[in-house]
Write a protein that binds this ligand. Structure first.
Ligand code: THG
Length: 890
């Protein structure tokens, strides 16, 4: 370490204690400080109104942005309650970084909106915001990091965000003070920078007031009482406010607000420190402001602060600090604009890395360190939207990067509140991705990990291991854990792929094909040629019954209601005709249904259904049986032969048809069996031309499969009985990676990839499941009719790609004639075609079979061809082709 810096550290003033206000020398972004007037307006601490449309709880940048956007959109009676003063909590001491970059596909839109808003806020509100946009560079100093940047480039290529992969020379030109020894490449976002979080909040507050919102502080919310009509009573020391809806934007107090209504929001405050230096002559001598840099290997950000530098590290999982007493006891009620004691020892290795990378730091004096609480959620993404289980309760909480998110999230949530559906897909922020399994211990372990992993390489198919297994791991977990690489799905552990002697086991992430590639091919073959068993227990499972159950499902779903003993694949659409969810619906008994959804969408779907039940006054009961039931999938040509050994019930095709369900005893265990398989089944909508790449006899009979729903207590016995019965047939396990390859070959779309609330079912090629002619006026029907009349601008196509050591993953750029014209949605290696497969959205005029396109993977454009789907022919099509005397061609 440089001696001067060491000396400087020694000269630091005595670290500030808890609850000491920000000293005069507190950092303020360049040129700011004078303009921030909004906070001076000290509203009278009276409620002024006792009725509101929306009460927003918490006056940080996120809550104030929501008030601004709701009021600007014309909503009357928006009241924000802040218990101390605006920005108290995390906003006021934030480092204020703004960036277009986010690895998440949809969050890029939030970032871009925020930046565009912040650029014009002063003009709109008269309040300066201290916004600096010198650009930012992420620095790669390892080859893997360069791969990561290439991966990020293809993911950003179909977004409006400007982002460039730049050479070391260009990096140096933009940031002349770098030690170039370690720089291999840079990821450059022009327009990035930093803003003064306090002034930003004041500008949003000025705007919110201008448009009619009421910001009240200091007014503490002391209790929240739900009323039977779905409205709320918000109690404060100054009286009660009646509100149609409440929005929790309380930052690191959000857990305390949640507790008032019996919810435990998974978020935890962590310590974050940053350091500000005095003037550095080399910085002062520069003609223009330095771009922000993020040294990912060193795990810190660094930006110019006046004529010095500001430097903020993210310590490792082991070194970072949680406020332990807050984890267990909650945030002390009086805590407001206070800081923690700083601890430079904790960040010393990052200081050293920064001095290596930016050598002028060695001579720099530190004039300030800020150590404040910021909120972390288990996956470091915020929770934004309506909450399942509590009517008219919304959240915008868990922000680790609140400043860059505030603008976009305020707009997003305001649109959702006012229009009844999310303006675009942001499923990764759904508060309902968490549930009862996200305990405090889990959240604390994850907060540590997320903080420590701030700058780790973000691989595709990333797995993180802290806090696992949860109490929800699943009944087969202990039996299977040593045999496979497990994936985490909403608290469950589900096998990704299974080990065999000679395999390189464990989690070995890569941007290219890695250790699971060959084993997944083996599992694929297992299911195609013999019979495989998969644990599908993480599915979300609901039972619906009651007088109005048929009526409800007819209104909720775009497909017809299945007859008793049968199953349909059905979509819930939004009023705008987008795909909100995909479920299977089985009528088990007259009027009694089982609804099955993916593991990640359990509470997401449940919230929507529950809300429609209340809205329409349907007489039904819905029960979430997700945790009570296990599910085993048995698939492959010998599936029938194996299961038949365990039951007297006739499983032949005549008596147990595709998409039928029956209650059976298998080896004396009661199961509800559905003849369906995401892996292998019929496709009824097959066109006549196929690219068939496998000999017919090889794929004959491969489409057989059952799902077996049973009591969780019986999972192990059922699994063992099936495995035992299938010895002769060579039964074996398979995991979700093989499942994904199988479903792609069959042309099955996956919710969250090929369809979401940005896509309508027609462009997604789901027309077969959408019954526009059914009598019931299901949600989205009218809009969808209009969409159909107008014609589709883009379509989902099925592509094969000539690749080498990398497969498409989804969200890559699709090119044509030197331009990005679309994006992939998911992909995999096809073990039957022996080349890569992907789904992609492209303009309708480029969607014809035979169209040549390119897909960008790791910096290279691979040639791709639109082909007729599906790749693997299934029984009905083969029969039809045979009858016609045609033989499919390779
Ligand atoms: N099994 C069950 N429920 C589910 C899934 C599942 N719910 C969520 C998700 N997965 C739903 N997705 C699908 C998608 C397609 C099929 C099954 C579940 C499927 N499709 C056939 C096809 O497209 O050819 C049959 C279509 C038809 O004729 O109706 O099987 O995996 N229980």
């Amino acid at each position: 370490m440089g001696t001067l810096l060491r000396a400087a550290l020694r000269r630091l003033p005595t670290p500030r204690r808890h609850r000491c206000p920000l000293p005069a020398a507190a950092p303020r972004p360049l040129g700011s400080g004078a303009g921030a007037q909004g906070g001076k307006e000290n509203p009278s601490p009276s409620l002024r109104k006792d009725r509101a449309d929306t009460v927003i709880i918490g006056g940080g940048c996120v809550g104030v942005s929501l008030a601004y956007h709701l009021a600007k959109a014309g909503l009357k009676d928006v009241i924000l309650l802040e218990k101390s003063e605006l920005t108290a909590g995390s906003t006021w001491h934030a480092a204020g970084l703004t960036t277009y970059f986010h690895p998440g596909i949809n969050l890029k839109k939030i970032h871009a909106y925020s930046i565009k808003l912040y650029e014009k806020l002063e003009e709109e509100t008269g309040q300066a915001v201290g916004f600096h946009q010198p650009g930012s560079i992420r620095i790669a100093s390892t080859p893997t990091r360069v791969d990561e940047f290439k991966y990020q480039m293809t993911r950003a290529g179909w977004h409006p965000t400007e982002q460039y992969l730049i050479t070391p020379e260009k990096v140096q030109e933009l940031f002349p003070l770098l030690n170039m020894d370690m720089v291999l490449a840079g990821l450059y976002n022009p327009g990035d920078g930093h803003i003064d979080p306090y002034s930003l909040t004041m500008a949003l507050a000025a705007g919110a007031r201008k448009y009619g919102a009421q910001l009240n502080y200091p007014v503490q919310v002391t209790n929240l009482n739900p009323r039977s009509d779905g409205t709320w009573e918000v109690e404060t020391p100054l009286g009660v406010i009646q509100a149609k809806r409440i929005v929790n934007t309380a930052g690191f107090w959000a857990r305390e607000i949640g507790k008032m209504i019996g919810l435990q929001h998974p978020l935890i405050p962590v310590h974050h420190q940053y350091v500000v230096t005095a003037t550095i002559p080399e910085v002062k001598a520069l003609k223009r402001e330095l771009p922000v840099i993020r040294d990912l290997e060193g795990s810190y950000y660094l930006r110019q602060e006046r004529d010095g530098l500001l430097f903020g590290p993210y310590e490792s999982e082991k070194k970072m600090k949680l406020q332990d007493s807050w984890v267990t006891n909650g945030v002390p009620p009086g805590f407001g604009k206070e800081l923690f004691e700083s601890d430079l020892d904790r960040i010393m290795e990052h200081i050293e890395a920064a001095m290596e990378m930016v050598p002028v730091l060695k001579q720099a004096d530190i004039i300030n360190t800020i150590a404040g609480p910021i909120t972390y959620s288990p996956d470091i993404l915020p929770m934004v939207g309506p909450h399942q289980g509590v009517r008219n309760y919304w959240v915008a909480i868990g922000f680790g990067y609140g400043i860059i998110h505030a603008g976009g999230i305020g707009k997003y949530l305001s649109d959702w509140i006012l229009e009844g559906e999310p303006p675009f897909d942001l499923i990764e922020l759904d508060p309902n991705r968490y549930g009862k399994w996200t305990t405090t211990e889990y959240t604390a372990a994850k907060a540590r990990e997320s903080y420590g992993f701030n700058n780790i390489v973000g691989y595709p198919k990333e797995e993180r291991f802290a806090g696992r297994p949860t109490e929800r791991a699943g009944a087969l977990y202990d039996l299977l854990k040593s045999k496979c690489s497990m994936g985490f799905h909403a608290g469950w552990e589900q096998p990704h792929w299974f080990y065999k002697p000679g395999d390189e086991t464990g989690y070995k992430p890569s941007f290219r094909r890695t250790n699971w590639f060959d084993p997944v091919g083996r599992e694929y073959k297992q299911v195609m040629e013999k019979v495989g068993v998969i644990d599908l227990s993480p599915f979300g499972k609901f039972k619906v019954k009651g007088t109005d159950s048929v009526k409800l499902l007819d209104h909720l779903f775009a497909n017809v209601v299945p007859k008793v003993g049968t199953t349909n694949i059905s979509h819930m659409l939004t009023p705008r005709g987008k795909v909100y969810a995909e479920l299977t619906v089985s009528q088990l008994y007259p009027g009694e249904f089982m609804l099955i959804t993916g593991s990640g969408s359990e509470l997401h779907d449940l919230r929507w259904i529950e809300e429609e039940i209340v809205r329409g006054g349907y007489k039904v009961e819905i029960e979430n049986v997700t945790d009570e039931m296990g599910v085993l999938g048995v698939a492959g040509p010998y599936a029938r032969q194996v299961l038949q050994k365990l039951t007297a019930e006739d499983l032949s095709d005549v008596s147990f048809k595709f998409l039928q369900s029956k209650h059976l005893k298998l080896s004396d265990i009661a199961v509800t069996a559905i003849r369906i398989s995401y892996t292998v089944t019929f496709a009824l909508r097959l066109p006549t031309h196929h690219l068939l790449v496998m000999p017919l006899n090889f794929i004959a009979n491969c489409e057989l499969g059952w799902e077996l729903y049973h009591r969780k207590e019986d999972s192990v016995a059922l699994y063992s009985a099936i495995m035992e019965a299938g010895q002769k047939e060579g039964i074996d396990n398979f995991g979700t990676y093989a499942l994904n390859a199988l479903r792609l070959e069959k042309g099955f779309r996956a919710w969250g990839a090929e369809m979401n609330c940005d896509t309508n079912p027609l462009e997604a090629g789901l027309e077969y499941f959408v019954k526009l002619n059914k009598p019931a006026d299901f949600i989205g029907k009218q809009t969808l009719k209009q969409i159909k009349e107008k014609g589709l601008k883009r379509r989902l196509v099925y592509l094969t790609l000539e690749t080498d050591d990398v497969d498409p993953e989804g969200n890559e750029s699709v090119w044509h004639n030197g331009k990005v014209i679309g994006n992939t949605t998911s992909g995999s290696f096809s073990f039957s075609a022996q080349r890569s497969l992907a789904f992609a959205y492209v303009p309708t005029e480029l969607s014809k079979v035979g169209q040549k396109l390119e897909v960008e993977l790791l910096g290279k454009n691979y040639s791709a061809t639109v082909i007729q789907e599906p790749l693997v022919l299934t029984e009905p099509t083969r029969m039809r082709l045979q009858r016609k005397g045609e033989s499919p061609k390779i």
